[in-house]
Design a protein around this ligand. Sequence first.
Ligand SMILES: [Zn+2]
Ligand SMILES: [Zn+2]
Ligand SMILES: [Zn+2]
Length: 344
Amino acid sequence: MLRADGKELIMARRAAYTKVERKNFSNPDHVKGMGDKTFRGFQCLEKDCTEFIFIQAETIDPDFHIECPTCGFVHQAGETTSLYDYELIDTRDNSEIESGPFEILHDDYVGESKEFKYCIVCGALKPFELFDTHRSRRTGRQGECRTCKQVYNSIKNQTRLVEQHREASQKRRLYTHFEERDKMDIAAIYERFGNQCFKCGLDLASDLTAGVARKEGNLDHTLPVFYLWPLTTNNATLLCREHNGEKAEKWPSVYYSDAELRRLSALTGIEYGELSGEPIFNPHALKTLEDPSFVEALFEKFARHPDELLRLRNRILRETGFDFLDTSAKISPDWKLQADALLS
Ligand SMILES: [Zn+2]
Ligand SMILES: [Zn+2]
Ligand SMILES: [Zn+2]
């Protein structure tokens, strides 16, 4: 069987002849033998109590009696908890039809609770949907959680998943330092874009609750945060999930057609020349990098995994000639050597 991608063929073959051996592994006592046990998890029904109760599903019989370990509230089969007193009103003449307690039956409450089980690798109690299905196991779920399985597979296939995810996480953390957000008017952004993805026109009106959008998930930085532009009412483009992912760090001129750039300029008020030109760093953000205490704080925060910070330094230096490693005399000159090493 020939595959178009030779590299994948080699990876697949190598994976078939590898195995991951575990050393220095042991499960804590409370997880031992628990891989196939189902737990139910629910918040204590006593309103003021914050306890989240986990109970082994096998021990919940039809006549259950579950006491909250924090407040002692008893969840008892056949019992109800009253949340308020209701009056049913006939709106034509405001007369009362009936009244009574608004109550929850404990059987319904416990019965609809979520299923959890322990991961036999990380030892965490997690909801069922975080485990892949496995027909022959008692829970119908695999022993290890999806995260642990992904890490396992990444070791086996040598795809370095954790490093990739850590890089993405460092990037998100680093760039939030330049996000001086105004109070965004999300509803105005949705209105501006007619509740549609700017790229494909997909209807995003389902993001609206009672006619108002509050979610930021489908908002894209028009001028990217990769160039230190914050997400603001004026710098937001409404994009569906797919096109948000596609646009990502790209400068508008790299991603949009000329007609789209003209339309985007009209909608956002950002000059056409800026959208269609070369990427430029946000000058206000560059100013903050002239503040020694800001730069020192960044280096303190990212000292353990500095690569993203140093890559940012390299990009700014290359494109503007400004080296924020020169901002503070307290920053060790060794960082320059490390940053230069990332260039090769
Ligand atoms: Zn309680
Ligand atoms: Zn796990
Ligand atoms: Zn789209």
